[in-house]
Design a protein around this ligand. Sequence first.
Ligand SMILES: *Cc1c(COP(=O)(O)O)cnc(C)c1O
Length: 434
Amino acid sequence: MSESTALSESTALSESTALSKSTALSESTAQLDKEDPLAALRQQFHLPDDTVYLDGNSLGALPKGVSKAVADAVEKQWGEDLISSWNKNDWIRLPNLVGEAIAPFIGAASGQVLCCDSISVNLFKLLASALELQGERRVILALEEDFPTDAYIAQGIARLLGEARCELRRVAPDCLEDALDEDVAVLMLTEVNYRSGERYDMAVITRAAHAAGALVLWDLAHSAGVMPVELDRANVDFAVGCGYKYFNGGPGAPGFLYVNHRHQSDVRQPLSGWLGHRDPFAFAADYEAGSGVQRYQAGTPPVISMVALRAALEVLQLTDIARVRDKSLALTAFFMQGLASRGQLDALECLTPEEPERRGSQVSVRHEQAWGISQALIEAKVIVDFRAPDIVRFGFAPLYNSFADAERALDILAEVLADERYLHERFRHRPAVT
Ligand SMILES: *Cc1c(COP(=O)(O)O)cnc(C)c1O
């Protein structure tokens, strides 16, 4: 059975389960939670009482095991073992160890994933590598509506190299294939769009790019940890992803990068720091790249953050990522069906595709007063987020969200829309982080 058949069959199943029951009252919602094979994992997380947290696509909730692991790393490893911890507690190998722990969730065989830096920094390193591999080809092709940092980094590289060597070209999704001309060095895109929640077909797009002679770099910020990703099987060249979203690694958790084995002996990257050196502790005068993915490490890893991420991954290791995807689709189907059956789509436009294989794990709606609506929901303890200028995102994290959470969010949303409290003065102020 092909992967896509397996995916669509399993999603069809979970979708129909959710759809057929969602119109009934909350008794059936309780039944869905009772039948949920992942329900017990909720106990692995610390979550505030009376709060429906639907923002795990922006900052994952705190796994209880993280507090203990971090306390141990701080008090015992740092406090007592001090500098010996680099060897004794394997601090020096954390970027590799955590990369290896992430690898199975993104369909990567061993030796291709390194945990390091932010997505932005990792994009810089990988885009530079891709451009260098591609010689004369100088275009970074991207989608118009993708997450801004991805484009900003490409613009920074273009400025650094000059336009003879690099240009960022952005197109609408339906123009992607036509835009793959002989100038394109690398196609960069996010598997699940951060605004709409739309998911792109990694295998098909990667094949099209390769047929046109381009390399492909996928950003997994909204897919890694919440659905099976098959980087090796799709023959992807490069990828980046996030530690603090669906992997629950905590605020500022390091991200990760993937470099396919076939490129590893040819690639170079410009942040040639000492820990990417072949032999860092030889303190040689000149840089010599380390082997494989190791050369993408620049400096000293953020040990405490990596310890946190490593402990957070243990929750995901208790289950199967295919099951996580099944539940994710069931939750989003339940929520979308609820929006439709309650007539809320008269007031809101749903941006997230209905076809299961075409969506990620969030439901995005558009409304002129999206900011006020998001603030009114948060005030009522349904934590969502707002994306300028007019989008409210409901992110579903299958490890800790329940069908009851989805129903509660629908109920509160109905109240907010009915009494129009989102227009109130108290929701005018916008803080620095939205
Ligand atoms: C969250 C997110 C990022 C974050 O980038 P950092 O450099 O890690 O802050 C990048 N790209 C996408 C698509 C994202 O959703």
